[in-house]
Write a protein that binds this ligand. Structure first.
Ligand code: NAD
Length: 477
């Protein structure tokens, strides 16, 4: 499949180099040194992937859904036995701690298993009254583009439902973090997926997406990444009217009401925010706190953030590793400088650690003016803004004052405040008194500029199906 230092493409059931032998470097973000390479696909590699996916389509879609699910469950079990080594590889190329990488693989395993277990039920005809039914059918070849922040679980959330629904997949893994894609595809190969059904490519993202989406073979585009790239891909997909599932950016608010239990809220926010060095689309990034408890919250939050142990991701004592790449460091510098230039105050953090590696400490900004970029651009890093509010209505208005609408969080025990906030917050997911992200059994998707379509649960499988309506069963005319 590949050795420790060179990851390969998987096309038509074979691990191999790209057609012209070109490779891209893989960098360890803790050292900034290249330690591996990944094969880069040529246009003819992509054509071969398209042709082999199309060839495998009919046999897979007509195979009993229970068999399809069985292969996913078998792949989940195989992957589960490799989690120790897989987590080390992921940690080395992404920068997340070993514990975080292990937790991510556990979620990938759960996702494969959930979709495998539900493949049969979600492929079954759905009766509508006495003489009508809905017949789910696979939509066809899927182009799946996945990012570098959670490469294991985000791949599982695309591959597993597509395969459960009966669709072949051409997966573009993230070039910066290739090992998770290779591990998951290898688990599927060992579990017995037919040749050509899953193809894995890496390369120059813009060239790969342009080429794949220009093909009428591809029927579905599923992408996780930035809003800007999501829009470019949706435009390309419009030419062939490919169905789009777009999981894009977020800038999630947390509303902390007067009655919130700060002893629980502060550690919960800190843990969720600084996981993966804040590089998560649903990480909280703007905290709004009831004015009466604002000072106490700020003291506790700042203290907690300051005490997070930053270090090499393979050190078991480390609580937060480096950021994944130099682009994120530049983004942190730019957002913080802009906020400070406009009058914001840095409570903790604020500048890169003076050592090799892309290390940026937890940073808390207060008094951030409303027009500061930090309140509007997705930070995708360990930056939190904290501001007071006076009324629930004001908190809702502030919380909704970005282009994004992915996740929102609130802390209050008061039922009427909970209801007002749940109703008023413009987000695909709202969590009350704890912070929760995606799960295998539930739909997750954004509103506004955070994208459209759903991953997860029943809706995640339906995203890859045609719902064929059959009318007048058993009647004549
Ligand atoms: P980016 O937008 O260039 O890339 C994001 C991901 O999309 C990468 O994995 C990249 O390989 C892929 N990509 C880029 N251009 C592509 C194309 N034309 N076709 C197919 N895939 C393409 O930015 P980046 O610097 O890698 O990440 C920065 C921003 O991306 C962040 O600020 C964040 O907003 C967003 N992002 C979001 C998520 C998420 O989970 N929603 C994940 C990663 C990145």
């Amino acid at each position: 499949m590949s050795n420790a230092t060179s990851y390969e493409l998987f096309i038509n059931g074979m691990w191999r180099a790209g057609g012209d032998g070109a490779t891209l470097p893989v960098i360890n973000p803790a050292t900034e040194k290249v330690f591996a390479s990944v094969a880069s696909a040529t246009t003819s590699d992509l054509d071969e992937a398209l042709a082999s996916a199309e060839r495998s389509r009919k046999a897979w879609s007509s195979r009993p859904a229970k068999d399809r699910g069985g292969i996913l469950v078998a792949a989940a079990r195989i992957l589960a036995t490799k989690m120790g080594d897989a987590a080390k590889d992921l940690s080395r190329e992404q920068g997340k701690t070993i514990a975080e990488a292990t937790g991510e693989y556990a979620r990938a395993v759960e996702t494969l298993e959930w979709n495998g277990t539900h493949a049969e039920g979600l492929s079954a005809p759905i009766p509508l009254g006495s003489n009508r039914m809905i017949v789910p059918e696979p939509l066809g070849v899927v182009a799946a583009f996945t990012p570098w922040n959670y490469p294991a679980v985000l791949i599982a959330r695309k591959l597993a439902p597509a395969l459960a629904a009966g669709c072949p997949v051409i997966l573009k893994g993230a070039e910066e973090t290739p090992s998770a894609a290779v591990r998951i595809v290898e688990a599927l190969r060992q579990a017995g997926i037919p040749d050509g059904l899953v193809n894995l490519v890496f390369g120059v993202p813009v060239q790969i997406s342009r080429h794949l989406l220009s093909s009428p073979i591809v029927k579905v585009l599923t992408f996780t990444g930035s809003t800007a790239v999501g829009k470019q891909l949706a435009k390309l997909a419009a030419n062939n009217l490919q169905r789009c599932i777009l999981e894009l950016g977020g800038h999630s608010p947390v509303i902390v009401c007067e009655d919130a239990d700060l002893a629980k809220a502060v550690p919960a926010i800190s843990e969720y925010k600084f996981e993966c060095a804040g590089q998560s689309c649903n990480a909280p990034s703007r905290i709004l706190v009831a004015r009466r408890i604002y000072e106490e919250f700020l003291v506790r939050m700042t203290e907690t953030a300051r005490n997070i142990k930053i270090g090499p991701p393979d050190d078991l004592a480390t609580e937060m590793g480096p950021m994944a790449n130099a682009r994120r460091i530049e983004a942190m510098q730019r957002l913080i400088q802009d906020a400070v230039d406009r009058g914001a105050r840095i409570e903790t953090g604020g500048s890169r650690l003076d050592q090799p590696g892309f290390y940026w400490p937890p940073t808390i900004l207060t008094r951030v003016p409303k027009d500061a970029k930090a309140l509007h651009e997705e930070p995708f890093g360990p930056i939190l803004t904290v501001a007071p509010f006076d009324t629930i209505e004001e908190a809702i208005e502030e919380a909704n004052a970005t282009e994004f609408g992915l996740a929102a969080y609130l802390f209050t025990g008061a039922a009427n405040a909970q209801q007002k906030l749940i109703n008023g917050l413009c987000a695909g997911a709202v969590s009350v008194n704890y912070l929760k992200g995606v799960s295998a059994d539930a739909p997750y998707g954004g509103v506004k500029q955070s994208g459209y379509g759903y991953e997860g649960g029943e809706q995640g499988v339906r995203s890859f199906q045609i719902l064929k309506m059959v009318n007048g069963l058993g009647s004549f005319g």
